[in-house]
Write a new protein. Structure first.
Length: 248
């Protein structure tokens, strides 16, 4: 298996890197992933219901719990870490085509990427939207309503159910957004998959797509993924150490 020095050389000679990131890039910022050893679902399987659109739309108790968990979400206190910053360094050197992220925490933008470089395929927890009239706005004023005692605040415009502007399980992806991600993966000369268990499709499919289009594939993830054998290199060290080492 190629070592870190070789991967660093590959990256240094690439001009169209696409990073595909998942929850694992934010664990070192204090935000737990879903499926890692300390993951939200690994430690509490019931938490999966909060991320399911059918439970959310049909069960007021699920919505009440979801609002409490949004209120307490560690992302509000989190700051980008060395892994996020390493990807910004790639952008500043003109080598980064896009960051396709499954994360909803907004830390890539906070780290300093140009907004058009970050493709959030699962949406963002920093906005709220109405499931009935599609009204959308920043999350904070709605969290203030929850703090003031509304445990399932309805849309002020139409009375509909509000939810974070994220893609829950059972919800369709935004066609424009996933198409941008597919186009970027098809143009990449190196695809860097970071901190993702590569179990959620169609996003995981960006890896074979990039490979088939001629890109090198590097996976940085502590645990094995179902598509490791497709990669030119798999690095299992902590992301906050390995990303700076391969991009700087
Ligand atoms: P996942 O939880 O399925 O997998 C994360 C992977 O990262 C695991 O395999 C774990 O071993 C690895 N990992 C964790 N910390 C690491 C570290 N420091 N160094 C190396 N590897 C590390 O995550 P996923 O594939 O992104 O899928 C989960 C879904 O949940 C996504 O769709 C995402 O939208 C959502 N999610 C987002 C956040 C966030 O925004 N920060 C957090 C939890 C879940």
């Amino acid at each position: 298996m190629p070592d870190i020095r070789l991967v660093r050389q590959w990256i240094a000679t690439s001009s169209r890197v696409v990073a595909l990131t998942g929850a694992g890039i934010s664990t070192e910022s204090g935000i737990p992933d879903f499926r890692g050893p300390q993951g939200v679902w690994t430690t509490n399987p019931k938490a999966e219901r909060l991320s399911n659109i059918h439970s959310y739309m049909s069960d007021p108790e699920v919505r009440r719990l979801a609002w409490q968990s949004r209120l307490d979400h560690p992302a509000w206190r989190a700051a980008p870490n060395a892994g996020h910053r390493a990807l910004v360094a790639l952008e500043r050197r003109g080598m980064l085509l896009a960051v396709v992220t499954q994360n909803i925490d907004g830390l890539h933008q906070q780290a300093g990427h140009a907004p058009d470089k970050v493709i959030e395929v699962h949406g963002t927890m920093r906005d709220v939207m109405c499931m009935a009239c599609a009204w959308r706005g920043p999350m904070e004023p709605t969290l203030d309503r929850v703090r003031a005692g509304e445990d399932d605040p309805p849309c002020k415009r139409c009375g509909g159910i509000l939810k974070s502007a994220t893609i829950s399980f059972g919800q369709s992806l935004e066609p424009d957004v996933i198409n941008r991600a597919l186009r970027a993966a098809g143009r990449a000369d190196l695809l860097l998959a970071v901190g993702t268990s590569l179990q959620v499709y169609p996003v995981a499919g960006l890896v074979p797509l990039a490979k088939a289009a001629g890109a090198r594939v590097v996976i940085v993830n502590a645990e094995p993924t179902p598509i490791d054998e497709l990669a030119d290199a798999v690095l299992r060290e902590p992301i906050g150490e390995v990303l700076p080492a391969i991009v700087m």
